[in-house]
Design a protein around this ligand. Structure first.
Ligand code: BGC
Length: 759
């Protein structure tokens, strides 16, 4: 193999490659889909593959003996390294990976140092298991609560999503493997995902959907980007020259390579032209089509050269190219600890009347809920992880030394066993998990349980995954059994002056308004990975003080969500025949009529009541914010303030900076998150001085009429807040009118979108 790695040398190598050799660099070696038959029309794996280099990885590149290029391995995903736990060549060893907390849980920490630490753990684990590119992190916007993959994504806000992504990517890449940020872009629903046309305004794209990617590219330079399945204003992301060349390369100066999502897009030649360098997982048909197009002059060979060179520049940095010999033995013990720590820090205390939590060590706990037994680590599909074990809530409480009502525990265990046996096993790994229906209790039974215990804890859960969005009934909304159990436990315990705690083991937003009054405390644990039970017990017992904040709004009703008007899109031809392939969708269109009013930008601007606002989260202690000073030095605006732990218990606090811009010719949201920081663990009485910095440019809005980012003249309000609706401190600063940056005129929607406005 040539040892050279400079750009010039890579270009020389490209010059010496044959057409066929180039083509086998721009496609992967294919993929078998377990459970998928040939009749179901799934693309088949190509012959002569090296795809089993790491069993269970999502993709592999071709080797090239002439140049000594080894195969490079691509593995998911956002919650851990998704590979097979067994390998034929090592029958006596296992390769279980750590199931880390899901992305939404990680973003709830609002802790960029922690995101970096988690990224490093992914990087080390991937490297020792033979992975060159991690297919994560994923940072699509939580546009609607029912998005089936929201658990894999960070937030409804692009600044939070972008900053957490950048930190995570920096952590992964510091360990010597590549990160792949995905899915680029506006892939916010799963229904018909490969046939979906996302119709979105230039402004909403730039300010909401692209912003997080822009931050991540600028602050972490990911080695790879995965384009998304959907079309954007009529053109598939992977065939979209405006997206991949004009914006990503020309405007943002991106230097890595772009790969498709698995089997995404339709036209390999258009993908090559658009700058989608690598087609994954790769099919023979694609190779044939590209060779033909070059031979007949339809595709200039220089385009292929450019793509190959983009890919090779990154491949040369990989462990495989550097001949690193993976040990197969990452520090799983160490990663377990990091996973537990991050899981606890991502938990959000939504309610806590009269210090219901933390629970006293010597209370007797009646632990309810099928999810206390079958606790959920994460979602399904490519975001799943083959983990060695799962700590349930029951086990976590026992490990923490709580005395549980043993009779109740056994009743749940046998109920779950019986019900689970009735549910047929999944045929394909990416099918949604089916949860055991909630167990109900009679008033008489609950009366006795309340008599025999000091406190009730009820866990319930949700799961979702690829290919499907969530539904309202029994998913966003609670099932009748769940509501009944909540009301009845609450009545039984409260009538004896005993407390009732609800634990939410969910991947995305649910309805909370109608039942939250019945609980004395609500702890949102999200889907916290394999250490779930231990991490939950750490918070419930007070070993750790919760410091998570919501990265997404919890609405009162699903009907209050602005994007609900057209989520998850409209089928374009309802009479079109459906493919036999269960993964294929039908042509559909999703018009983003809410424009920039996503999440809190909508609720706060239109005064729509929420159940829990964006940024919300309680602590076992209190914090005081004081001494806000705003300084401007050229472009940079810095804010200094003090945060003091004024309560009894040590804890961390998140400082959230929102900016309200002055009115101008275009509609603007009430306020927008522009920066955030997390304090260290402050002891009672301790103070930390926090500095936040933003550029005047970060405050700009995008004007599609002039294709530029602009600042209006006027007073900008800098709001330090506890959540998007709780102002703590504020200062004003006058900024001049300014055109901050001009851009190309890209992504013109093919139809006029009637966007929501405040006027
Ligand atoms: C998902 C990607 C994933 C890929 C490979 C696709 O179905 O959308 O996120 O990385 O599969 O597993």
């Amino acid at each position: 193999m040539l040892a050279q790695t400079t750009d010039a040398e890579i270009n020389q190598i490209v010059d010496r490659l044959t057409l066929e050799e180039k083509v086998y660099l721009v496609i992967g070696t294919g993929m078998d889909i377990p459970g998928m038959t040939e009749e179901s029309n799934a693309p088949q794996a190509v012959v002569g593959t090296t795809k089993d280099k790491v069993a269970g990885a999502a993709g592999t590149s071709y080797t090239n003996k002439n140049f000594g290029f080894p195969a490079v391995v691509f593995a998911d995903g956002p919650a851990g390294i998704r590979i097979s736990p067994v390998r034929e060549e090592f029958p006596d060893e296992t390769f279980y990976a750590t199931a880390f907390p899901t992305a939404t849980s990680l973003s709830s920490t609002w802790n960029v140092e922690l995101a970096k630490e988690i990224g490093s753990a992914f990087g080390r684990e991937g490297k020792e298991y033979g992975v060159d590119f991690l297919l994560a992190p994923a940072l699509n916007i939580h546009r609607h609560p029912l998005g089936g993959r929201n658990f894999e994504y960070y937030s409804e806000d692009p600044v939070l999503a972008g900053k957490i992504t950048a930190a995570f990517v920096n952590g992964v890449q510091a360990e010597g493997i590549g990160a792949t940020i995905k899915h680029f872009v506006a892939n916010n629903s799963e229904t018909n995902r490969t046939e979906l046309n996302t119709v979105v305004s230039q402004r909403a794209l730039r300010e909401i959907y692209l912003k997080g990617f822009e931050i991540a590219v600028e602050e972490s330079n990911p080695w790879a980007i995965m384009s998304s399945y959907n079309k954007i204003n009529g053109t598939y992301a992977s065939e979209n020259e405006e997206l991949l060349n004009n914006l990503l390369r020309e405007e943002w100066g991106y230097e890595g390579f772009v790969m498709t999502d698995w089997f995404a897009g339709k036209d390999p030649v258009a993908q090559m032209r658009a700058g989608n360098d690598l087609l994954m997982p790769g099919t023979n048909q694609q190779a044939t089509a590209i060779i033909k197009a070059v031979n007949n002059g339809e595709l200039p060979e220089e385009i292929l050269d450019r793509n190959v060179s983009n890919i090779l520049k990154q491949y040369y940095k990989t462990p495989s190219f550097k001949k690193y010999k993976p040990t197969g033995k990452p520090d799983l013990e160490g990663h377990k600890k990091i996973a537990r720590k991050a899981a606890s820090e991502g938990m959000v205390l939504l309610k806590n009347i009269d210090q219901t939590l933390p629970l006293d060590q010597n209370v007797k706990v009646a632990l309810f809920g099928v999810t206390s037994v079958e606790t959920i680590s994460g979602g399904t599909g490519s975001g799943d992880v083959n983990k060695a074990y799962m700590v349930s809530v029951t086990e976590g409480f026992e490990n923490a030394g709580f005395e549980l009502d043993g009779d109740l525990v056994s009743k749940y265990e046998s109920y779950v066993k019986e019900e689970r046996a009735k549910i047929p096993p999944k045929e394909m790994f990416f099918e949604k998990d089916i949860l055991v229906p909630e167990k109900t209790w009679t008033a008489g039974e609950l009366e006795t349980i309340a008599e025999n215990n000091d406190v009730a804890v009820f866990t319930f859960g949700r799961t979702s995954g690829e290919f499907q969005d969530r539904v309202v009934e029994g998913d966003f909304e609670l099932s009748e059994e769940e509501l009944q159990v909540i009301r009845n436990i609450s009545n039984a315990f409260r009538s004896k002056n005993k407390k009732f705690v609800v634990l939410l083991n969910i991947g995305g937003v649910i309805e909370t308004q109608s039942w939250k009054d019945a609980a004395d405390a609500i702890l949102l644990s999200w889907q916290p990975g394999q250490e779930a039970g231990n991490a939950i017990a750490d918070v419930v017992s007070g070993k750790l003080n919760p410091s998570g904040k919501l990265p997404v709004t919890f609405p009162v009703s699903i009907n209050d969500v602005a994007s609900g008007k057209n989520f998850p899109g409209t089928v374009l031809d309802t009479t079109a025949p459906k493919s036999q392939n269960p993964l294929a969708g039908v042509p559909s269109e999703e018009i983003y009529e809410e424009g920039i009013y996503v999440g809190y930008r909508y609720f706060d601007s239109f005064d729509v009541k929420t159940s829990f606002p964006f940024g919300f989260g309680l602590s076992y202690t209190n914090f005081e914010f004081s001494d806000l000073k705003v300084n401007r030095d050229g472009k940079e605006i810095t804010l200094e303030l003090s945060v003091r732990n004024s309560g009894e218990t040590a804890g961390k606090e998140v400082v959230q900076l929102y900016v309200k811009s002055p009115e101008g010719s275009l509609d603007k949201p009430e306020k927008e998150l522009k920066a955030f920081a997390k304090t260290k663990n402050l002891n009672s009485g301790e103070t930390e001085n926090i500095t936040l910095a933003v550029n005047a440019e970060d405050l700009a809005y995008y004007d599609p009429a002039t294709n530029s980012w602009k600042l209006d003249a006027g007073n900008y309000r800098f709001i330090i807040a506890g959540d998007s609706q709780t102002l703590k401190l504020e200062e004003e600063l006058f900024l001049e009118e300014k055109e901050v940056k001009t851009t190309q005129d890209l992504f013109n929607p093919e139809i006029a979108i009637e966007e929501l406005t405040r006027n």
